[in-house]
Design a protein around this ligand. Sequence first.
Ligand code: AGP
Length: 606
Amino acid sequence: MCGIVGYIGARESREVLMDGLSRLEYRGYDSAGVALFQPDGIAVYKSQGRLARLAEKLAAIQPPPTTVGIGHTRWATHGAPSDINSHPHSSARVSLVHNGIIENYSKLKEFLKLQGYDFISQTDSEVLVKLLDFHYQGDPVQAIINTLAQVQGSYGLAILFADQPDHIYAARKESPLIIAYGEGENFLASDIPAILPYTCRYSVLENGEIAVLSRETIKVYDAFGTPVAKEVLTADFSVEAAEKGGYPHFMLKEINEEPDAILAAVRPRIEDGLPKLGIDGLTDDFLKGIGRIHIVACGTAMHAGMVGKSAIERMARVPVDVDIASEFRYRDPILAPNDLVVIISQSGETIDTLAALRMAKEQGIKTLAIVNVVGSSIARAADWVMYSYGGMEIAVASTKAYTVQLCCLYLFAMHLARVRGTLHEEVIRHMLGDMMRAPDLIRGILAQQKDVQFFANELMNADDMFFIGRGVDYALSLEGSLKLKEISYIHSEACAAGELKHGPISLVVEGMPILALATQDAVYEKTISNIQEVKSRGAKVVLFCKEDAHVPEGTADYIYRLPCYEGVLMPLLLEVPLQLFAYYVSLLRGCDVDKPRNLAKSVTVE
Ligand code: AGP
């Protein structure tokens, strides 16, 4: 996620901005920039790369002293990382920095071109600043109101108007922004860490609110220009804690971000209630002609691919293979000219996955990448890219990235089904509407974490653990097992429930914890039978099922019930308690939750 800082006061604004941006580096970024109110007007300094590069640029240029400015670290969503695409973006009269996604930027861009505006970047943010310029007739707040009335999407904005040297303006919708109060100075930031060294008094801008900062005052208005009184809060946690938004670990923060991540991934890709992938060049004709789909990834991304296989085959009736990338690249796979290779990667830098992508391209096979990091190696190498818009994921254990990978795969499956005529549009509309209920359902699950904490506490000292399930519940078993083992160091494995009696059941001893996933109606009874097999051999069973499931007496030691939901979409809900279980077991065992031993966030070496 991008980082925003604004300052107006008596200090050297450049120093406050750079210091504030450095405290937001944890959010991840690929470029940075500042806009400073200099005696001769607004000056913009920006560059791709780390803050250090921007600092070098500023040291070389030595801008004149300034006491008003805005700064930005960019997490690319539209347009690859580059100097030109970095923020701030400017028109002749306005400069701004933006965190968020403008969903209707293409239409707005066409409108502005007709008004005579030129564009130099590939970003949606440049469209925003030029639209502001178009509406600006001397009243900044009115210009902001008129501009945002035309905008669909999310934004956290810090804005400078060239003829308003003693003010900074801000607006917020979805992307967090705080205003902070000093003595003879005021601040604006995406997150508290940026301003903590200067003040601990702040207010949170709510969706639709606009703020006007001067050295002495901060005034806030609603979307209609009506003044709003803001509650002043006091930050009572350390800078380090604040970087995690008040959560004890990035992993827990990122799990809690999953509802918003789903909205970021899905909402820009819906038009008239149907999926609109918006992937340039990926034509319906090509999609109609696909013979086979090969999903290739590693780790959690591969587990997402297994859910994608189920969704694509059920909805679009296209055969799908799922391969571990390090296996795919060496098994001389049989690829036909009309096949599609789908590459999934959070980082976009996993070497095995990148190598598999290159191998497919060498054989002339079209490739679609589902990637979280914009401009990453895999994103640049693929024929087509579907960014997952999950925001920066810092914890080594992947959680919200997995969530948005599922969302992208579901959207792709629905679109493919629509193009190939295997699902009626009304069925797709209903399913997409169901998918949009996931954020609220997940918020409900997150509110009930104490249930998960209870059986995490019961099972934390296990030496071995099994996860079992059928169909997508087997795919979730693999993911739940990986989450647990990678951060708690408990030996854990996943087993297709129907496979237990072909060997693994010999491992089941008295008291062995078995997490049984049974969310799929079609195989529910079969899975219950498998659970009774292990229960009769002394296993301690935690059953994950739907809230209306009938559970025969004595089947499980603990029952975790999930909201009733569309079967193929259940992984969106089931992943959450599994992630939380791994998190709490790891915590109880005193492990380093965010940075588990031996692991890296991105495996860029073979
Ligand atoms: C998941 O919790 C792990 N961090 C790991 O399996 C990860 O999913 C895998 O390394 C793939 O990474 P990528 O998505 O960045 O390609």
